[in-house]
Structures are given as structure tokens and as C-alpha cells.
Design a protein around this ligand. Structure first.
Ligand code: CUK
Ligand code: CUA
Ligand code: CA
Length: 641
């Protein structure tokens, strides 16, 4: 792999634009060397990669170099992968500003330690956390009028099929829902409008794709032909699962239309294979469209089943049950071999599926899909308006709002910029239409990419971030585990220009980038947000009810409201701490030695912990978050008699 990639980085160009043949895919991991010699006919294919290094921004004019004290102009929300969190970056600098713990415990804030966070995360009967592993891939935010409205973001947990919601006023996870009868919950996308009610021009649903088929209900059958995947709809406000659709094949990523009428998932396993050879045996898979209004009408009409313990209505979206387009809930548009990624263009007209094992991207016109559902188009495949070659291993696509698409080529280690209208012309027979506009080498093996505002009607074509899965030689070596390389590219001109490399802690997948003025974050909580708030230091104290003891405390730099508090061995203690400091950035911590307790309270925040006082002694509870010149002196004694 090293040699291949080195060679290809040094000598990019036409020779590398090749088909992947199926036989070669056994060595898929970066199997560039195994490709056939056939050249792609992508019409233009300028060998622009070679000039990329030369064209890098000079340091002086590089927009990613902010002066000290200068603020970024964009927020980026990044998934954290199997760290289970969401990261907030400032762009174009690429500086990481915050990690928002969601599914996994987090030592900085005490996520998974406090009762409040445990309630969000979910606990077992004994009060311990239900899960402490997760895998976040896709972050998307709530919409209004085709742009982000700054209310929420959602992220998936692929391991345990959970969806988490993040409040974008406080940048905290406030709800987590586990999807029933689903494994490998992967793609996620909020809707942007209601399919029926024009007054609802904002997000009310979040769609979730189940990637791994399982028996329904999951009884441990070995017979893979009985396994099924479900596509789920979660209520954006209540976070309840509204309905699910039984489908043929699997779900991967998810996209939604701007009119709210359509959701779609790309399918790489239409074969419903249990082994990868089977999953790649068909020449074409699909992009599966859901008619949201019809599904909800079917649920209302009681045309559903339920599986196992779940009460969630499941409608039938299989091919056999949906042959009549005029009543169909679903439409399967065929897409070449194991597509990965489905992305909605900012002009609201197209969904684009990348081929992954095919060097192509498929452009599907949404108006035609709607025509199909009205019986005005013979077959779902007639909605395909372009299928063009881009290069090896196309995965994800972003947009600049000027008619251009940017697709990652995993195997080629490139981003290709291509013009959607020109691709449609080329596909329509105009072989003079040059749809490939530019290519740039990236370092290395890009997965997701996204451009500023790309997933909104307000795509602004300024910056493109590329999530390179391998960084290899781009940073100082730190042993066998490499960071990933999030690269920043300026896409404001005709040519893409590499601005910066950023090492990021593994293992992000997807991200969104949007203008900073779309968010109005609050920096101080209000006491009333917390039912347990200790609003006055005078309310501090130890309240005993048999063995159950409640300790109420406040913090105000540089002291806690009690200098010491007394407990008896065996007490079942709940300790509630309210931070009465109102100053922005004045956070306190609270650690109890030998009791495995540490958490923080932000200004005007209340948090609580519960534990059994099973170890006698004197325990210096101290402030762990630097707050004041007397931070080290900020302590209280817990005396367990
Ligand atoms: S998937 Cu990771 S690179 Cu989970 Cu969005 Cu395509
Ligand atoms: Cu309070 Cu440090
Ligand atoms: Ca397949």
C-alpha cells in the first residue's frame, strides 16, 4: 500500500483512471495495483493532480491561518466515530473547539458519571450504564426554509442502533433513542419540510437506515435469506420512533428532498447476502426512495405489522408489495455495484449516488421519481439522468451551489470536481460535454467530504473539508496509531487549492459546515432548567431519610457552600451541586477521591451524582476545573463516619 500510494501521489494522471474489476476486489483495501488497464472515458480527465502541490496557498494568503484572536467564520460538526462523540470545529482554521459526548462516557464533563447524563445515556436496573461503546458516523442538523435553524443536530450510533440529539443552544446531547429490530444503524438525515402541510417548512422527522439485516424478530436463525433491514422514522421533537418500513436489501446512507416528499437510502446489498462475495455479486444495486406521505397514510390506515416487543408500526416496502406505482410506498432505482453515499444537490433537483465498486456517479432527478409515483414514468430507472465515470472508489459528494459536485475517490486518493449539468448532457449523448472540471490529490484515501453550506439551499462554495482515512506520512510519527487527516481545500476558484492538513483524533466519518451566524449558543445556563437546582447557598445541607441521604451544595468561586459534610457508612447518597457563578467560562469541577466521582458544573448548571458511602474516612472533594486564583483551595471535606 505504501509504495502504491507513493507512486500514485507522485505520478497521478490518466493511467490511474481505470475501471475496477470484480475479481480485483478481494484485495479491496487500497487495491489500486490490481486494477485493469482500461481507461475511463470520462470525457475530460485533466491530470490536474500534479499541479495541486504547486498550487497550494502561500502561507501569507492562506485563509486557514487565522491571526491570534481572530474567530472562524464557519462551524463544523464532525462525528467522532467510535469515540462516540461529536466534535465542533471552527473553519476554515480547522481548530477543534469542543467535543460533545453523546453515547460514551467522557471524563472531562463527567458524562456517564452524573445522574443527568446517565438518564440520557440509558441505564440498567442496577443503575449502571447500558452501553459504554458506540460508533458515530453521520451528523446532520435541523432545517428551516432549506437552511439550518440552529435548533438540533442528530448523530447515529451504528453499534447499538441509537440516535442521539444535540441541542445546539448548549451543545449538549439531550436525548437518545434506541431503534427496535435494527442492527448497524448507519445513514441518518432529518427531513426539511412536511410532505403534506406547506406550513411545516422545517424538520419534524429524522430518517434512519438499518444496514445489517437480522431475523425479525431476532431469534438467532442462521438462514440469512430470512434476514431483513428496516428504514425508520424518528420524531424530531419527542425522539419516539414513529414508523418503520420493511424493505428488500439494506440501507446505507440517507438523503431527503427539500420538499419533504422523498427520503432515500443507497443500497449496496440488494443481494441480501451474508458474505461480502454475495453482497457484490450483482452488477447493479439500488437507491431506494420512500414516499413519506403515502407511508404515513398507510400507518394511519392501520396497514402495518409489529415485530417482537416493539409497538412501532412497520409498513411493507418490499418490491413485491409495491408494484403499482400509483399506490407504491417505495421505488427502487437501480445504481451500479455497491454504491456508497447519497447526497441531495442544493438546487433541490437531484440525488447523487456514488458507485464505490463502480467508477461512476448516478444522478437521479427527483421530479421524475415523483412522476413515477404518479404513474407518469414507466420505470423507476427512467429517473436516472446521468451515470458518468469519475474515477476509482467514488464515495461521497458535496456541492458548491454553482452547479458543481465534488466527489471523493477513495482508491484514487483524489477529489474530483465535476459539473452536474455537463454530466447530464454527456449522458444524454453529447460526448463533447466536458463534465470533469478538476481533480486534486488528497492525503490519503478520502471517505466523506463536505463543502460549506453544501447540504442546504445556501451552498456557498467557499471551503471543502475532506476526511482522509489515512494520514500516513503527513504528521510526526506517534507509533502505530495514526491520526486521521482532515484536509481543507479552497473551492472558491476554478481550481481546487489545498489549504491545510489537520490531524484529528480517530475516527470521524461525516461532518457538516455552516455559517457561524446560524447558531446563537448560550454560554450560561438558567437555574430553572434544572428541577434539582440549589438556588441559594442557604439551601445547602445534608437531608437524611433513613439510609437515603441528599447532600445539597453550591459553588461560587473560590468556595463550595459547605466546608465539610458528614455521612454514615452505608448511606445511599445523592449529591446535588449547583454552580451559582454567572460569569461566562466559569466552570467548576467536583471530584470525590476513591469514589470514582468527577464532573463539572458550568455557570448556573446543576448536576447530581449518586453513590453508596461504603468507604469510611475523610475525603477531600476538590474542584477539578481551573476557576480562580484560589482554585487549589476550593475544596470541601466529605467525612464518612
Ligand atoms: S460511511 Cu464512513 S466514509 Cu459510515 Cu458515511 Cu462513507
Ligand atoms: Cu472551582 Cu476550580
Ligand atoms: Ca451489491
Amino acid at each position: 500500500m505504501n509504495e502504491d500510494k507513493k507512486n500514485s501521489a507522485e505520478a497521478p494522471g490518466l493511467a490511474r483512471r481505470r475501471f475496477i474489476n470484480t475479481a480485483a476486489l478481494t484485495g479491496l483495501t487500497l487495491g489500486v495495483a490490481a486494477c485493469s488497464d482500461k481507461k475511463s472515458g470520462d470525457g475530460a480527465a485533466p491530470a490536474a493532480g500534479a499541479s495541486a502541490a504547486a498550487a497550494q496557498h502561500s502561507a501569507a494568503a492562506n485563509p486557514s491561518h487565522l491571526k491570534p484572536g481572530e474567530l472562524d467564520s464557519y462551524y463544523g460538526l464532525w462525528s467522532g466515530g467510535h469515540t462516540g462523540d461529536v466534535r465542533v470545529l471552527g473553519l476554515p482554521s480547522g481548530r477543534e473547539i469542543l467535543r460533545i459526548p453523546c453515547f460514551n462516557p467522557d471524563a472531562l464533563v463527567g458524562w456517564g458519571i452524573t445522574n443527568e447524563s446517565k438518564k440520557v445515556m440509558g441505564t440498567k436496573a442496577d443503575g449502571s450504564l447500558r452501553y459504554t461503546v458506540a460508533d458515530t458516523h453521520h451528523v446532520h442538523a435541523s432545517y428551516k426554509d432549506g437552511n439550518y435553524d440552529g435548533r438540533y443536530a442528530w448523530v447515529n450510533d451504528k453499534i447499538n442502533s441509537r440516535i442521539a440529539r444535540i441541542r445546539l443552544d448548549y451543545f449538549i446531547c439531550d436525548k437518545i433513542t434506541e431503534l427496535p429490530n435494527v442492527q448497524g444503524f448507519h445513514g441518518i438525515f432529518p427531513d426539511k419540510a412536511d410532505p403534506v402541510d406547506p406550513k411545516i417548512n422545517y424538520t419534524t422527522r429524522v430518517f434512519c437506515g438499518g444496514e445489517f439485516a437480522i431475523p425479525l424478530p431476532n431469534t438467532g436463525t442462521e438462514d440469512g435469506s430470512k434476514y431483513r433491514s428496516l428504514f425508520s422514522c424518528v420524531d424530531a421533537e419527542t425522539m419516539d420512533v414513529r414508523w418503520q418500513v420493511l424493505i428488500d436489501g439494506n440501507c446505507d446512507l440517507v438523503a431527503t428532498s427539500y420538499d419533504g416528499k422523498l427520503a432515500a437510502t443507497n443500497q449496496y446489498n440488494t443481494e441480501m447476502g451474508a458474505k461480502y462475495e454475495d453482497m457484490m455479486s450483482a452488477e447493479r444495486d439500488a437507491c431506494l426512495f420512500f414516499n413519506v406521505a403515502r407511508i404515513e397514510a398507510a400507518v394511519k390506515a392501520g396497514k402495518f405489522k409489529t415485530y417482537g416487543d416493539s409497538k412501532v408500526p412497520v409498513v411493507d416496502g418490499t418490491r413485491d408489495a409495491n408494484k403499482d406505482p400509483k399506490t407504491a410506498l417505495t421505488a427502487y432505482v437501480s445504481v451500479p455495484k455497491n454504491p456508497h453515499g447519497v447526497n441531495a444537490s442544493p438546487d433541490a433537483k437531484y440525488f447523487i449516488c456514488a458507485g464505490k465498486l463502480s467508477p461512476t456517479a448516478t444522478v437521479i432527478e427527483l421530479a421524475k421519481v415523483l412522476d413515477y409515483f404518479e404513474g407518469k414514468l414507466e420505470a423507476p430507472d427512467k429517473a436516472i439522468v446521468a451515470e458518468v465515470e469519475l474515477g476509482l472508489g467514488p464515495l461521497h459528494t458535496a456541492f458548491d451551489g454553482r452547479g458543481n459536485a465534488y466527489t471523493t475517490l477513495f482508491l484514487d486518493s483524489q477529489v474530483v470536481k465535476w459539473n452536474v449539468d455537463a454530466a447530464i448532457k454527456f449522458h444524454g449523448g453529447d460526448k463533447s460535454a466536458k463534465y470533469v472540471v478538476d481533480r486534486i490529490d488528497v492525503q490519503y484515501q478520502p471517505g466523506h467530504l463536505n463543502a460549506s453550506q453544501s447540504e442546504t439551499r445556501a451552498a456557498d462554495g467557499k471551503y471543502l473539508a475532506v476526511g482522509c482515512k489515512f494520514s500516513k506520512d503527513r504528521f510526526l510519527p506517534v507509533g502505530p496509531l495514526h491520526p486521521e487527516n482532515e484536509q481543507m481545500i479552497d473551492i472558491s476558484g476554478d481550481k481546487m487549492v489545498l489549504m491545510a492538513d489537520h490531524p484529528v483524533r480517530g475516527e470521524p466519518h461525516d461532518f457538516i459546515i455552516f455559517k457561524r451566524d446560524l447558531l446563537k449558543p448560550k454560554q450560561v445556563y438558567t437555574l430553572d432548567e434544572f428541577p434539582l437546582a440549589v438556588k441559594d447557598p442557604k439551601d445547602s445541607g445534608v437531608e437524611r431519610n433513613g439510609k437515603k441521604v441528599t447532600v445539597r451544595l453550591t459553588s461560587l468561586a473560590p468556595a463550595f457552600s459547605m466546608r465539610e459534610f458528614k455521612l454514615k457508612r452505608g448511606d445511599e447518597v445523592t449529591l446535588i451541586l449547583t454552580n451559582l457563578d454567572k460569569v461566562e467560562d466559569l466552570t467548576h469541577g467536583f471530584a470525590i477521591p476513591k469514589y470514582n466521582v468527577n464532573f463539572i458544573v458550568n455557570p448556573q448548571e446543576t448536576a447530581s451524582v449518586s453513590f453508596v458511602a461504603d468507604k469510611p474516612g475523610v475525603f477531600w472533594c476538590y474542584c477539578t476545573h481551573f476557576c480562580h486564583a484560589l482554585h487549589l483551595e476550593m475544596r470541601t471535606r466529605m467525612i464518612v463516619e
